[in-house]
Ligand binder design. Structure first.
Ligand code: PLP
Length: 402
C-alpha cells in the first residue's frame, strides 16, 4: 500500500492527535523532502494560457496567487483542521486578524453580538469600539453567568463571542450550555481557543460553530512568529469567511506558516508539560499570595467545569498580591530567571502586570468591570525545570515581603 503523506483525509482523520500534529496535511513535492517545504512565492506560472484560464474559471484545481493559495500555508490549514476536528481552516497574519476576519465576515449593519467581558484587550476593543462603528450592536456580559447569555439575546443576535479560559482572569464559560443555547436561537458561536489549543480543549465537541486562534501563543510556542487561524464547517469557511479573506488579504506569510507547522509537531508535548509545570508552580504560589486564579486548582470557583471541558488546564494562571500595583511591579523587578514579558504560550516562563500592559487601554473603569485588579499578575509557565521557576518566584516574593 502506498504511504500517505498526510493529504488523504480518509486516512488522516483516523490518526490519533499526536500523529496528526506531526504528519497531518504534509504535501511532498517531486523532490520527496522529509520536512515540509517552504514555498516563498507570491505568484505561479502556467504551461499554457488554457491552464490559467481553467484555474481562474474554477474548472481546474491549482494555485493562482498566494493571497488565494500557497502550498506551505495550505499544509498548515489542513493540519490545524485535523487537530481541531474541523472540516476546514484558514490561517491569518495574527490572532487579531483571525478574530476580526471571523467577526466581520459574518456580520452586517443592524446585527447584534454578545461577548464575554473577560477577554484579551484587543478582542474587547473589537466589541466596544470597532463593531459599533459599523452599526453592529454589542452587549458585554459576565461569561460565567449562564443566565446572562440568555437574557442578552435579541431578535437580531447573530454571534456569541468568548474565550475560555479568559485572559487574564481565567474565567471559564460553560460551553455545553452556552453553545446549545446559541444553537436553539440560530446564533453562531465563535470561541477564541488561544489559551488551550486543540490539544487541551476542542470547543466543536461542545457545540461551538467556529474556533479562532492566536497561533502566536502555544501553537508556535517558542516566541517566534505572529499567526492566527479560524476553523469551521467547509460551507461556512467557503461561503462566509473566504470571500472576505481573499478580498481583504489578512494572509499569513508562508514563512510564518512554516514556523507554526514546526511548532505543531511538539504542541502535544509542550502543552501537557507546561500544564504540569503550571500546576506545580501554582500550588507553590497559592501558599504565598492572597488569591490565585488557576483553573487547575480546586480553589478556582469553576474548577470542576474547567476539568470537564479541558484535558489539562494549560500554562497560564493569574494571582493577586495584596500590595496592589506597587508590590506587583516590585515583584516583577525582583525576578532573576522569569522574564518580564506580556506574551504567553512561550516555552519560557513570562510574567506580566495586565493593568499596565495587555489591559492598559481599557482604563481603570473598564478594568474594574472586567475584574482586572491592580495587584494582579499573569504568569506563563514555560518548559524550564519547575523547581527553578519556583525558586525564582520564592526569592522575588520574599524580596517584596510576601
Ligand atoms: C494573544 C491573543 C489574541 C491576539 O493574538 P495576536 O496573535 O497577538 O494577534 C487573541 N486572543 C487571545 C485570547 C490571545 O491570548
Amino acid at each position: 500500500m502506498k504511504r500517505d503523506t498526510g493529504q488523504n483525509r480518509a486516512i488522516t482523520r483516523k490518526w490519533k492527535p499526536a500523529t496528526q500534529a506531526v504528519r497531518g496535511g504534509t504535501w511532498r513535492s517531486e523532490q520527496g523532502e522529509t520536512s515540509e517545504a517552504l514555498f516563498l512565492n507570491s505568484g505561479y506560472c502556467y504551461d499554457d494560457a488554457e491552464t490559467v484560464a481553467a484555474r481562474f474559471a474554477g474548472e481546474q484545481q491549482g494555485m493562482t496567487y498566494s493571497r488565494l493559495q500557497n502550498p506551505t500555508v495550505q499544509m498548515l490549514e489542513e493540519r490545524i483542521a485535523l487537530m481541531e476536528g474541523a472540516e476546514a481552516c484558514r490561517v491569518q497574519a495574527t490572532g487579531m486578524a483571525a478574530m476580526t476576519t471571523a467577526l466581520l465576515s459574518a456580520l452586517k449593519t443592524g446585527d447584534h453580538v454578545v461577548g464575554a467581558k473577560a477577554a484579551f484587550g484587543s478582542c474587547r476593543w473589537l466589541l466596544d469600539s470597532l463593531l459599533p462603528r459599523f452599526g453592529i450592536e454589542t452587549t458585554v456580559i459576565d461569561g460565567r453567568d449562564n443566565d446572562a447569555w440568555e437574557k442578552a439575546i435579541r431578535p437580531n443576535t447573530k454571534i456569541f463571542f468568548f474565550e475560555t479560559p479568559a485572559n487574564p482572569t481565567m474565567d471559564i464559560v460553560d460551553m455545553r450550555h452556552v453553545c446549545s443555547l446559541a444553537k436553539a436561537h440560530g446564533i453562531l458561536t465563535v470561541v477564541d481557543n488561544a489559551f488551550a489549543t486543540p490539544v487541551l480543549q476542542r470547543p466543536l465537541e461542545f457545540g461551538a460553530d467556529v474556533v479562532a486562534y492566536s497561533a502566536t501563543k502555544l501553537m508556535d510556542g517558542q516566541g517566534r512568529v505572529l499567526a492566527g487561524a479560524v476553523c469551521g464547517t467547509e460551507q461556512w469557511i467557503n461561503d462566509v469567511l473566504l470571500p472576505f479573506q481573499r478580498n481583504t488579504g489578512p494572509n499569513l506569510s508562508p514563512f510564518n506558516a512554516w514556523v507554526v507547522l514546526k511548532g505543531l509537531e511538539t504542541l502535544e508535548l509542550r502543552a501537557h508539560r507546561q500544564s504540569e509545570n503550571a500546576l506545580k508552580v501554582g500550588k507553590f504560589v497559592e501558599t504565598r499570595v492572597e488569591r490565585i486564579l488557576h483553573p487547575g486548582l480546586p480553589s478556582h470557583p469553576q474548577h470542576n467545569l474547567a476539568m470537564s471541558q479541558m484535558s489539562a488546564t494549560g500554562p497560564i494562571f493569574a494571582f493577586i498580591v495584596e500590595g496592589g500595583r506597587k508590590q506587583a511591579m516590585g515583584l516583577l523587578n525582583a525576578l532573576e530567571l522569569i522574564d518580564i514579558s506580556n506574551n504567553i504560550g512561550d516555552s519560557r516562563s513570562l510574567l506580566t502586570h495586565p493593568a499596565t500592559t495587555t489591559h492598559h487601554n481599557m482604563g481603570p473603569e473598564g478594568r474594574a468591570e472586567a475584574g482586572i485588579e491592580e495587584g494582579m499578575l499573569r504568569l506563563n509557565v514555560g518548559l524550564e525545570d519547575p523547581d527553578d521557576i519556583i525558586a525564582d518566584l520564592d526569592q522575588a516574593l520574599t524580596a517584596v515581603g510576601l
